[in-house]
Design a binder for this molecule. Sequence first.
Ligand code: NAP
Length: 259
Amino acid sequence: MDLGLTGKKALVCGASAGLGFACAHALVQEGVDVVIVARTEGPLREAAGRLQTLGAGRAEWVAADVTTAEGRARIFAAHPDFDIVVTNAGGPPPGDFRQWDTAAWHRAIDANMLAPIELIKTTVDGMMARGWGRIVNLTSSAVKSPVDGLGLSIGARSGLTGFVAGLARSTVARGVTINNLLPGTFDTARLAGNFEAQSRREGRSVDEVRSARLAKHPAHRFGEPDELGRTCAFLCSAHAGYINGQNILLDGGSFPGVF
Ligand code: NAP
């Protein structure tokens, strides 16, 4: 299927690795010119090089922290207009809410609620004026299926989810859709880090922790980042203009409800 994306320009945040890189990869394969962003220059430059070798869309990079106003300003100074924006950054740490002070909450809200809202604020009016745009926020399955200990992530991302639900209804008539992708458990460096932390906490090997999680998963496997990346590309496609304001769960069937 031709996704109708050739020549579009995309900003993909948190994209030197993991799910953000997978989104950028899928978009470049569809002929989209991407600007990828992450904080650490070396891996980011290397990731842009890998995208460039696909020989489809072009890949540029800007090293910036998207959770800061200064970082976001650096991106838009170099590239003022985008047709597609994928918001993403690292998730907040897990823990017991009794240990979190106001500063911890502010960091989570800055990264996982306000940064995406600021990125949308800077880009959505230009998209609406041009009559076409796609915004995809990477959030988490925990927004729909909460997990004790992930309160910072769930709290901040739920704020974003509620905000987007209202905004998306006001942009779609001008050709701009806004949707959220909710990853369950995907095989990325972040997941490996989570298993290592759990193994230290529980005094079990990483393999035991990983196997126990897989045994409980209905698919008996974790998601491949490419599966999420291609879903993101479809949501950005010319064919997805009537999918708007949705929270799309990619969790291999872990969520136990019907809807
Ligand atoms: P990952 O493998 O750790 O990759 C994170 C990427 O984001 C890296 O490129 C990282 O590069 C970049 N990044 C982190 N903080 C940033 C910032 N402030 N500004 C710009 N770039 C930033 O993580 P992932 O597994 O792909 O997860 C991506 C998001 O999805 C996270 O918010 C995570 O909580 C959420 N999520 C993941 C899963 C999963 O199973 N993997 C499940 C649910 C939710 P630098 O460090 O160099 O900046």
